[in-house]
Design a protein around this ligand. Structure first.
Ligand SMILES: NC(=O)c1ccc[n+]([C@@H]2O[C@H](COP(=O)([O-])OP(=O)(O)OC[C@H]3O[C@@H](n4cnc5c(N)ncnc54)[C@H](O)[C@@H]3O)[C@@H](O)[C@H]2O)c1
Length: 213
């Protein structure tokens, strides 16, 4: 659970002990818990902010001393090794989406965090970018009629999208369909390979050509 207060330290510590370093960090864990603002509880609000904003903040804060030490040692040895952070945002964070005040706020916040850390961490040879998804066909956006739930942070959260709504959304996408998980991962991959070593502080929209809702 990324929202556990001690998660960040354990996560970074495990990466270092298991892999002897920390080269690529992706803040991806997330879910939605929708409601129109007049019905949204504080619990719903904080659940989204905790997962989509506070958890990445804590993870990146915990990673900084490790990355700084690794970068310093490499610089002293005359080497330059680029490291990569990719934070996962959403078109809801860029353009808003009805029923998602909480989620959109978190996903917009991670864009600001990304832009700030790109400036703070550039000297450590770290690129910090975002990928903002449109509609990707995952558990999150599966068939709501099948009654899927995800057990997250001690709660059972309904997942899925109404199939009629899903079909209408897909018709609005220039490529005519939602993306696959592999296509979603491809956008992250682009920001992790050496060819993107001079790209930082950017938000790459992975949406099949959709540019707004
Ligand atoms: N699927 C889409 O259309 C879409 C669109 C925009 C953004 N996103 C974002 O993409 C990311 C991945 O979502 P997905 O579509 O693959 O959904 P998914 O439900 O298939 O996968 C998300 C994963 O995150 C995990 N997770 C959620 N909360 C967690 C927590 N507190 N601690 C640890 N793990 C947690 C879930 O258990 C799940 O394994 C999320 O950040 C989501 O908001 C997805």
């Amino acid at each position: 659970n990324v929202t556990a207060p001690d998660f960040a330290e354990r996560f970074v510590g495990t990466a270092v002990s298991e892999f002897k370093g920390l080269d690529i960090l992706i803040n991806n864990a997330g879910y939605t818990w929708d409601n129109v603002i007049q019905k949204m509880t504080d619990e719903q609000w904080y659940a989204m902010i905790d997962c989509h904003l506070t958890a990445p903040f804590r993870i990146l804060r915990a990673a900084q001393p490790v990355i700084r030490a690794l970068g310093k040692a490499e610089t002293e040895a005359g080497q330059r090794m680029m490291r990569k952070v990719v934070n996962i945002s959403s078109m809801a964070g860029l353009f808003g989406n009805p029923g998602q005040t909480n989620y959109a706020a978190g996903k917009a916040g991670i864009v600001g965090m990304t832009q700030t850390l790109a400036k703070e961490w550039g000297r450590m040879n770290v690129t910090v970018n975002c990928v903002a998804y449109g509609l990707i066909k995952t558990r999150l956006t599966g068939n709501a009629a099948e009654g899927g739930t995800a057990h997250i942070d001690g709660r059972d959260i309904k997942v899925g999208v109404n199939p009629d709504l899903m079909a209408a959304m897909e018709r609005g996408i220039p490529l005519g369909r939602g993306g696959t998980p592999e296509e979603a991962a491809g956008a992250v991959y682009l920001l992790c390979i050496p060819e993107s070593d001079y790209v930082s502080g950017q938000t790459l929209v992975c949406s099949g050509g959709l540019t707004g809702f």
